[in-house]
Design a protein around this ligand. Structure first.
Ligand code: NAP
Length: 248
């Protein structure tokens, strides 16, 4: 993969999939701006990348807060005139069957997973379009494709991210800015510890996964890094499921 000293902003880079994406891009010589909710988690990742010889900066931003994103983007674009790659990965779940789901659980999942992508893209993609090169990757979920009982809020947010991705692909294509979505299946991270560590639940899940294992964060990071590379310049508006064959 070729990267030509690009700069990337990865949200949710403090743990799990986002951390793996940040580390994978940094290994390719990309300068990575690591965003997470807590300063500790993104700070630790940026420090580890720098210690390993890479280039990284950490910034704590609550992506559920549009005004905080605007302020952070202004600060970052003053320091990095171009952010070539945007990976919208920060996400949360607040699961529950629809009849029991509170409006707050609905709103917070939509704001964190979906509305955050709208705000980051609005601020970060404008210089990309001017530079006539850019990569946007939105980390969705198989829940946004298939639906999932207990995840009305989350599957709606992830399906929304897929619709947004396809629209961005169409709006930005003439400027050579691509937009794609990656839809992970069950990946071993803090988000899924509860299921992975429950023998009964994990056996049920693995029954639906032809490859008979949970995915690793690196499985998602490798696909994401490829979509951010020079070589992926003719791929846009697509959704790539990385799910061990679950949704084939
Ligand atoms: P994770 O281990 O729970 O990590 C989530 C990351 O997002 C953390 O770094 C967290 O920040 C950050 N984050 C959460 N809310 C935020 C907020 N309001 N503002 C800023 N950052 C925030 O999750 P993961 O499993 O790596 O998931 C990453 C993405 O993949 C999510 O969008 C998720 O929906 C998607 N996904 C995951 C799976 C899976 O099986 N794991 C499957 C499908 C899709 P802190 O570190 O500061 O807490």
């Amino acid at each position: 993969m070729t990267f030509n000293n690009r700069t990337a902003l990865v949200t949710g880079a403090g743990r799990g999939i986002g951390k793996a994406i940040a580390e994978t891009l940094a290994k390719q010589g990309v300068t990575v701006i690591c965003v997470s909710k807590s300063a500790e988690s993104c700070g630790a990742v940026a420090t580890a990348i720098t210690a390993a010889g890479g280039k990284a900066k950490a910034l704590a931003v609550d992506v559920a807060d549009g005004a905080a994103i605007a302020k952070a983007a202004e600060q970052l674009l003053a320091e990095f005139p171009i952010i070539d790659i945007l990976v919208n990965n920060a996400g949360i779940t607040r699961d529950g069957l629809l009849f029991r789901m509170s409006e707050d659980d609905w709103e917070s999942v939509l704001r964190t997973n979906l509305t955050s992508c709208f705000h980051w893209t609005k601020h970060i993609a404008r210089p990309m379009t001017r530079a006539r090169w850019g990569r946007i990757v939105n980390i969705a979920s198989v829940s946004g494709i298939m639906g999932n009982a207990g995840q009305a809020n989350y599957s709606a947010a992830k399906a929304g991210m897929i619709g947004l991705t396809k629209t961005l692909a169409r709006e930005f294509a003439s400027r050579s800015v691509t937009a794609n979505a990656v839809a992970p299946g069950f990946i071993k991270t803090d988000m899924t510890t509860e299921f992975v560590n429950d023998a009964e639940v994990s056996a049920k899940i693995l029954d639906t996964v032809p490859l008979k294992r949970f995915g690793e964060a690196a499985d998602i990071a490798n696909m994401t890094a490829y979509l951010c590379s020079e070589e992926a310049g003719y791929i846009t508006g697509q959704v790539f499921t990385v799910d061990g064959g679950m949704t084939m």
